[in-house]
Design a protein around this ligand. Structure first.
Ligand code: TRP
Length: 363
């Protein structure tokens, strides 16, 4: 079988997370490694990573490390995957990481044809405030735009000599010039915090970004004798599934997708037609109980809407016992989701007022 390729710019999807862990040589995430693990970590939504012990050790021994992730300023909304990334980032931020958020404006230009002006406007007006609304602590975060951080570009150029066309193709499946430029810039992003001080770093991202992590780790290892960069650690979360049970919410199927922000009434309509673990009739469901494992409403509770384990396990038990029916449960998910959306909108407005005071490199 040819080796599987994850394409960070494409739309092919990994079918099965265990298979990904095995095939890409990832570590399965073990929440016991991390003190006060987040809800997503405890519930297996954060499911894999690379070199996580190194980061656990930094936390336990209060050694310096950094956490970094990137914002792609192309869409005009964010999604639940971004929320999971921010939650992980916030966790490391609270456990001693120097924290960086970059705006991938060069990548947006090279791979999506977005102008730098558009990308920057969108990032300042929406993406950065959205990340703050999702829980990032802006006071202790360093921000930058790829186009304004010359050290990042310099690193990308410097390392361009360390990878061949064939290696690039083996990792990404293709080697379009725009992708090469973007990937080398991302290597620069990931290693940039170590210019000041060599230290381990953790990069929480969607699993589609793993090729960039592998590339960066290869380059760090190959150049170790000269530069002594630590190969970055990484952390991956599962996708939030589409409401019809598809692996991942996608804008191409809007009726099965919820974004942030989204109109509460519209989201309630979508929740109403979501795939559940309900039985064919109420009678059968009373008798056999529902199947929360197959239910997208339950998955939303698990990933986002019911952070308290007691609440979640009550839903689970009541559903299994045939006491909780899908109608009232969907109505409840609508209430929770509406409250979440209203709060997000409020936090977003508040965060917009803070953008002027943020610490940006190069501006
Ligand atoms: N490629 C990332 C995306 O599509 C954005 C990004 C750029 C990034 N540089 C990064 C993510 C460094 C993590 C680390 O979303």
């Amino acid at each position: 079988m040819p080796p599987a390729i994850i394409d960070p710019w494409g739309s092919t999807l990994p079918e099965d997370y265990t298979q990904i862990v095995a095939e890409f040589g990832l570590e399965q995430f073990d929440p016991a490694l991390f003190p006060d693990a987040t809800t997503a970590m405890r519930r297996g939504i954060v499911f894999a990573g690379r070199d996580l012990k190194i980061i656990a050790d930094c936390i336990a021994n209060k050694k310096p490390f950094y956490a970094l992730t990137g914002i792609m300023p192309t869409a005009d909304r964010v999604h639940f995957g971004n929320k999971l990334v921010v939650e992980s980032l916030r966790y490391f931020q609270d456990h001693g990481a120097k924290t960086y958020i970059l705006v991938a404006d060069l990548e947006a230009m090279a791979t999506r044809g977005v102008t730098l002006e558009e990308a920057q406007h969108r990032a300042l007006d929406f993406h950065i405030p959205a990340y703050i609304a999702l829980g990032l602590d802006p006071k202790n975060t360093t921000f930058y735009f790829q186009s304004e951080n010359h050290e990042v570009s310099r690193l990308g150029y410097e390392f361009a000599k360390r990878i061949t066309y064939n290696e690039f193709k083996a990792i990404y499946g293709s080697a379009d010039p725009g992708r090469i430029m973007a990937a080398m810039t991302q290597v620069g992003d990931i290693l940039f915090p170590q210019l000041e001080e060599r230290m381990p770093g953790i990069i929480p991202v969607g699993i589609d970004q793993d090729p960039h992590i592998r590339l960066t780790r290869d380059i760090a290892r190959r150049t170790a004798s000269k530069y002594k960069f630590w190969a970055p650690s990484s952390l991956y979360n599962k996708y939030t599934p589409a409401l019809d049970g598809g692996l991942k919410m996608s804008k191409s199927k809007p009726e099965t997708c919820i974004e942030l922000p989204d109109d509460p009434d519209k989201t309630c309509k979508r929740l109403k037609s979501a795939l559940t673990g309900g039985r064919d009739t109420v009678e059968i469901q009373r008798k056999l109980g529902g199947e929360p494992e197959k239910c997208m409403i339950f998955e939303l509770y698990k990933q986002h809407l019911l952070p308290d384990d007691k609440d979640l396990s009550k839903v689970y038990k009541d559903c299994r016992a045939g006491v909780l029916m899908c109608g009232p449960d969907k109505a409840r998910s609508c209430e929770l989701m509406s409250a979440y959306m209203k709060n997000f909108a409020k936090e977003l407005e508040a965060a917009r007022k803070k953008v002027d005071k943020l610490h940006f490199i190069g501006r």
